[in-house]
Design a protein around this ligand. Structure first.
Ligand code: SF4
Length: 353
């Protein structure tokens, strides 16, 4: 077992985990809320280290990232457990799993990098569950990836402490941060967490400027779809993160504890997209539904088509020296090497399942 790096010792052989804002105090023989950090004899261990639950090769658009290495493949790794308790979790078989279920694999950072290179990936993703809870493994994966020229992506709820944030994000090149709603009530009742630490994470990522990041908001019928809530969220994004941060509105499908709710209608997503753009956000997308324009990137100034996508496939990229070919407006997009744009031709490859 690998000793955790983010904790302090307290009385009676207890430890306090300092990775996420829960600050779990963990007694001997116990695990924290996320199930993957265990106190053995007064030492905290990172149970998920090199023990993923799922490893797949995905298109990077599936994370979702629209402005980072478009059209490339990404080796995606997730472990068991999670530090949030979302009742709508769409990966609940992973996030609610525990290590004694016996469905994990041995997968070292060296193996991950070798698989990524062998299968033509440009980057590694720490995804499916929240990589904050397996930060030690993610950091070592990132060090291995960077040594071989691969980039790193975290797909996260941004529920991390201010002290752990720089130690984790120093190793992350790009992130998709899930902003799950925009009321404390929603975070507390539906996610068993709090909104304020997530907003602090986003402001810190913006201030640091070292990790490219995009946002996802999963719209759930009746719970976080109110126009006022979406308007307030978009205004906050505009004021605090600026107009250029890409925002993805994605569709909920009934899962886990919310089987009684219907899937999100495309028209709801499209209305949210138009509202966000009216408010002043430049790059707004819809996901998990087929859509005419909501997957594409357009120049915010002259409306020239910059990237044409269908679902997760990239069909064309029209950039001239990083700018719109129509009007010269600079487009915030980290370009990929055309030789690495492989996701349209290859079926997704499942490394471990
Ligand atoms: S990472 Fe896990 S153990 Fe640590 S504070 Fe968060 S939920 Fe608790």
């Amino acid at each position: 077992m690998v000793e955790a790096q983010f904790y302090t010792r307290s009385a009676n052989n207890k430890v306090v985990c300092t990775l996420c804002p829960r600050y779990c105090e963990i007694g001997e023989g116990q695990t924290g809320f996320c199930f993957v950090r265990k106190n053995e004899g007064g030492t905290l261990y990172a149970l998920a280290y090199a023990n993923p639950y799922a490893v797949h090769i995905d298109p990077i658009e599936k994370k979702p990232l629209a402005h980072y290495l478009p059209g490339t493949r990404i080796l995606s790794i997730g472990t068991a457990g999670c530090n949030l308790g979302c009742k709508f979790c769409q990966n609940w078989d992973i996030s609610k799993a525990k290590y004694d279920h016996g469905r994990t694999y041995q997968f070292t950072p060296e193996q991950a990098v070798a698989e990524a290179l062998q299968h033509g990936c440009s980057s590694l993703a720490f995804t499916y569950n929240d990589p904050v809870i397996w930060a030690e493994y993610a950091i070592d994966l990132a060090k291995g990836a960077h040594a071989f020229g691969l980039k790193t992506v975290a797909v996260t709820a941004g529920y991390i402490t201010p002290e752990a944030l720089p130690r984790f994000f120093d190793h992350i090149d790009a992130a998709n941060v899930d902003l799950k709603g925009f009321t404390e009530n929603f975070y507390r009742k539906i996610c068993l967490a709090h909104l304020a630490p997530v907003l602090e994470t986003l402001k810190t990522l913006k201030r640091r400027g070292t990790t490219w990041f995009e946002l996802t908001n999963l719209i759930i019928p009746t719970l976080n779809e109110a126009r006022e809530e979406i308007r307030d969220m978009c205004l906050w994004i505009l004021d605090n993160l600026g107009p250029e941060v890409p925002l993805h509105f994605t569709a909920f499908h009934p899962d886990f504890k919310l089987m009684h709710l219907p899937p999100t209608a495309e028209k709801v997503l499209e209305a949210a997209r138009l509202l966000a753009m009216d408010i002043g956000l430049h790059y707004v997308y819809v996901g998990n539904v087929h859509t005419k324009e909501g997957n594409n990137t357009y120049c915010p100034k002259c409306k020239t088509l910059i990237v044409r996508r269908n679902w997760h496939l990239v069909h064309e990229i029209n950039l001239k020296n990083g700018s719109c070919p129509g009007c010269g407006h600079k487009i915030p997009l980290v370009e990929s090497d055309p030789a690495q744009r492989r996701n349209r031709a290859a079926p997704l490859y499942e490394v471990l399942a």
